[in-house]
Design a binder for this molecule. Sequence first.
Ligand SMILES: *[C@@H]1O[C@H](CO)[C@@H](O)[C@H](O)[C@H]1NC(C)=O
Ligand SMILES: *[C@@H]1O[C@H](CO)[C@@H](O)[C@H](O)[C@H]1NC(C)=O
Ligand SMILES: *[C@@H]1O[C@H](CO)[C@@H](O)[C@H](O)[C@H]1NC(C)=O
Ligand SMILES: *[C@@H]1O[C@H](CO)[C@@H](O)[C@H](O)[C@H]1NC(C)=O
Length: 248
Amino acid sequence: MAPTQLWLLLVWAAEVWAARPRTELLNVCMNARHHKEKPGREDKLHEQCSPWKKNACCSVNTSLEAHRDVSLLYNFNWDHCGPMAPACKRHFIQDTCLYECSPNLGPWIQEVNQSWRKERILNVPLCKEDCESWWEDCRTSSTCKSNWHKGWNWTSGINECPVKNACHRFDFYFPTPAALCNEIWSHSFKVSNYSRGSGRCIQMWFDPAQGNPNEEVARFYAEAMMNGAELHGAWSLLLGLALLLLLS
Ligand SMILES: *[C@@H]1O[C@H](CO)[C@@H](O)[C@H](O)[C@H]1NC(C)=O
Ligand SMILES: *[C@@H]1O[C@H](CO)[C@@H](O)[C@H](O)[C@H]1NC(C)=O
Ligand SMILES: *[C@@H]1O[C@H](CO)[C@@H](O)[C@H](O)[C@H]1NC(C)=O
Ligand SMILES: *[C@@H]1O[C@H](CO)[C@@H](O)[C@H](O)[C@H]1NC(C)=O
């Protein structure tokens, strides 16, 4: 084989290798504002975050903050259009606990170029019942936006509605459960068609006495993704070798 061909082969192999997704998909914490570097035991996790205490990406402090109305985590005010109903707020607290504490979101972690975090989650398949009850319990509370990541007036240091956005009931800005779960955090979630207990969707709520059901879900999707990536890599390599043979 001529040196140029060997060089081409090496470049090709390097490209195929680099195109592989993040290799560690299981039992990982994302690189974001408050996450621990690695998951581990946290015996004192607060109330709604306590299901993750055997293995968590959040610290005790983060779990406490997650329960405050304007938490120091993000200075985010749930009550931006008057008080949010407690039945609604508990879903937002649970969502915060899942985001901050779960070590099972690896398959959906993506790199981002944001000032406040290096990684985010994208299209996490949230179990449909968890999304439906979130929407149902929040219908009658009020908000002024359908994407809560962007477009707030932060001049006071806490999110306020921009003057052009009027407060309306949740079901005005989020006509369906999917609109709520998918849009609110810029597609961090993608509501699944699977049900709680199926092993194919992420549960925001679970009873830790039965273990954490999301471990199995992460394993399932990680395996599917790795198989896809390996198949793609194998085909690329084969194609590269075939081309090289043709050229030589
Ligand atoms: C708890 O977390 C908040 C927000 O990150 C931080 O401002 C505060 O200092 C922390 N408190 C302790 C005791 O670590
Ligand atoms: C990330 O943002 C910084 C500053 O805004 C910019 O210099 C850099 O090129 C960006 N990187 C990517 C990969 O977009
Ligand atoms: C932002 O909020 C401040 C008060 O906190 C207000 O004076 C200003 O007009 C608001 N700007 C917009 C664009 O809503
Ligand atoms: C969702 O699941 C239901 C019942 O399992 C099925 O009838 C329906 O076709 C599915 N919808 C989609 C979009 O996959």
